[in-house]
Design a binder for this molecule. Structure first.
Ligand SMILES: [Mg+2]
Length: 228
């Protein structure tokens, strides 16, 4: 039995900048941010990590950032609900087919492992119809450090399924170097898919267990996930 943990942005979907717009608007509204967000790469980072990365650069202390973070998330999620519409959020090629195949199998459980706040994850997946595939997961609202998310996802999977997933039976799929890196300390199987903003070369340099240019090779991905 394997546990397949899916990243969202750049892996399952692309949102045509919807989250970035909502994030920027919230930074302006709550912190009076007036910088240029374009120079920041959000790939693989958790939502809290992104907020700290940007706001520390403006000279704010961690205490000052933390004090307004709840208000920031309120603004962000309200903006995301407005922006993450069906015409902007698109499922990446091959993912619908892969999930349909995995959902029919009884030797794999699927869940989310994402830097998104849980509510944000649901807002992004909502218009795609993919959300029901993922009854649980680990989120940026559980920890700001991605490498702490695999054990959280595993604990929830164990509780939900009465399984004891560990080591290589935990499979992490993502489009960024941080997806690969968060799996390494836990001995997980890592599958890098170059469907996001990170180049194939940069992903391969992380030595993932498996590498795919996109998710269209359903058969190849299923066998990588199952270790067969
Ligand atoms: Mg990603």
């Amino acid at each position: 039995m394997r546990l397949a943990l899916f990243d969202i942005d750049g892996t399952l979907i692309t949102d045509d900048g919807a989250a970035r717009t909502a994030f920027g608007d919230a930074l302006v509204a709550v912190y009076g941010y007036d910088g240029d967000l374009a120079r920041y790469d959000f790939s693989g980072r958790t939502d809290p990590q992104i907020a700290y990365m940007i706001l520390r650069d403006t000279g704010l202390s961690d205490e000052a950032i933390a004090a307004k973070l709840d208000a920031m998330w309120d603004h962000y999620l309200t903006g995301l609900a407005r922006n993450a519409t069906a015409d902007r959020v698109r499922v990446l090629p091959g993912m619908r087919e892969l999930l349909a195949v995995l959902a029919k199998r009884d030797d794999v459980t699927i869940a989310l492992l994402t830097g998104n706040l849980e509510r944000g994850a649901r807002l992004k997946l909502g218009p795609t119809g993919l959300s029901p595939y993922f009854p649980f997961g680990a989120f940026g609202s559980d920890s700001m450090h991605r490498e702490e998310l695999p054990p959280i996802a595993v604990a929830r999977a164990n509780a939900a399924n009465g399984q004891h997933f560990h080591g290589r039976d935990v499979v992490i799929l993502g489009d960024s170097i941080y997806d690969v890196r968060c799996g390494v300390p836990h001995g997980a199987t890592t599958i890098a898919i170059a469907s996001g903003k990170t180049s194939a070369e940069r992903l391969q340099a992380e030595n993932p267990s498996h590498f795919f240019t996109d998710a269209r090779d359903t058969e190849g991905l299923v066998s990588a996930i199952l270790g067969s």
